[in-house]
Ligand binder design. Structure first.
Ligand SMILES: [Zn+2]
Ligand SMILES: [Zn+2]
Length: 89
């Protein structure tokens, strides 16, 4: 099932709703644990790729989960943006 974003009129699969709303918000969802880089996209793959490309030394183990997850702290704001893009009323 597809739904339309009210802000940009693009169509999305319902399952991508939150990810898309966050892309409008500019909220900092993840922060790298090794450097000050911030991520405004709700995609842990992008964060892990960044850690692999920027912070992994050959032959040394690295903790891919060393990033800050702000999703809980931003819950209310995320809900607001969801409502802005895909109003339920
Ligand atoms: Zn949109
Ligand atoms: Zn980093």
């Amino acid at each position: 099932m597809e739904i339309q974003c009210k802000l940009c009129n693009s169509n999305f699969l319902k399952t991508n709703k939150v990810v898309h709303a966050i892309s409008h918000s500019g909220l900092i969802i993840f922060e790298c644990g090794f450097c000050p880089k911030k991520f405004t996209h709700m995609n842990t793959t992008i964060v892990r790729k960044h850690i692999l490309n920027q912070h992994k030394n050959p032959g040394e183990p690295i903790n891919y989960d060393n990033y800050k997850d702000n999703r809980k702290a931003l819950k209310e704001q995320i809900e607001e943006w969801k409502e802005r893009c895909f109003p339920t009323k």
